[in-house]
Design a binder for this molecule. Sequence first.
Ligand SMILES: Nc1ncnc2c1ncn2[C@@H]1O[C@H](COP(=O)(O)OP(=O)(O)OP(=O)(O)O)[C@@H](O)[C@H]1O
Ligand SMILES: [Mg+2]
Length: 332
Amino acid sequence: MNIPAPAIEARHLIKTYPGDVTALNGMDLTVEPGTVFGLLGPNGAGKSTTVKILTTLARPDSGEATVAGHDVLRHPDRVRRAIGVVAQHSGADPAATGRENLRLQGRLYGVTGAALGRRVDELLERFTLTEAAERPVKGYSGGMRRRLDVALGLVHRPEVLFLDEPTTGLDPQARSAMWEEIGRLAGEEGLTILLTTHYLEEADRLAERVAIVDRGRVVVAGTPDALKGELRGDAVHMELRQAVGDAGRTLLTGALRALPGVHEALVDGARISVRSDDGAASVPALLAALERAGVGVATATVARPSLDDVYLRYAGRRYSEADGPALVGGAR
Ligand SMILES: Nc1ncnc2c1ncn2[C@@H]1O[C@H](COP(=O)(O)OP(=O)(O)OP(=O)(O)O)[C@@H](O)[C@H]1O
Ligand SMILES: [Mg+2]
């Protein structure tokens, strides 16, 4: 049997920065060709550092990695020809037009003449930038700029595309347009895509496999469904009429965990999340317990476990509690 070689493989990457910052602490990854892989984690988890090493922009202290079959340390030039990179911060020249940026990028990769012209037209069209093509990039909206960034990463038809937070800072509409385009790219062009994101929903929607990264290593990896399926029972989320203080939180957590069928309870300000064998059946007992504690409940919802719940289980804290902004929006 012929097992295809992974498009990306990283083994035990370690990377430290001056000042005793451990950015990567044993990062392992395997990405199969033609798939979308989501690297998910909070601020400072090590996502961009992983991307920098895999795209030859940084060297690990130890560990090894191959991309498109080439060793990133021994053959960085071969890796660079095989990949497209969309960095977390835009690399486009703001003073140049969209078309000029694309043409320059193509020439850097040795695409020239009529082939370059065709490729640029095709990308402008596909990322709905044709009308804006002759305008300087500094006048583009955030969504337009991000679409141009992705187009820039594709000019030379790479085998593997790295997208470092392609939708951070975009409004919801621009974000879903970008999701559609990324989904199409993976489907039609057979590209391998490694995507980093803060957004649980983004990983859930786009990635066939995800790895949750916390403090420089993968805490759990698998298909989004498999990860969610490993969690027993349902998630019950409640919004309180007012936030609970530190003293109340401990008492309340204990009281909720003691209820039959309840495995986990997390009180976080005005939000409570509970995992229970049967979510709907637990709601009356949960509401009664909260009423006894004098806590008013504004809303209660029962849901199948989300990636946020997966994160809670493996990282030992809520995704939204990890360093950085709370970005669980729409994740369930
Ligand atoms: N050039 C650098 N010098 C010093 N420390 C760095 C450098 N780059 C990253 N770090 C540190 O390494 C850790 C991992 O950073 P990294 O940028 O990989 O995280 P990230 O997961 O991409 O975060 P974000 O979601 O904020 O982009 C952080 O603690 C960061 O402060
Ligand atoms: Mg980053």
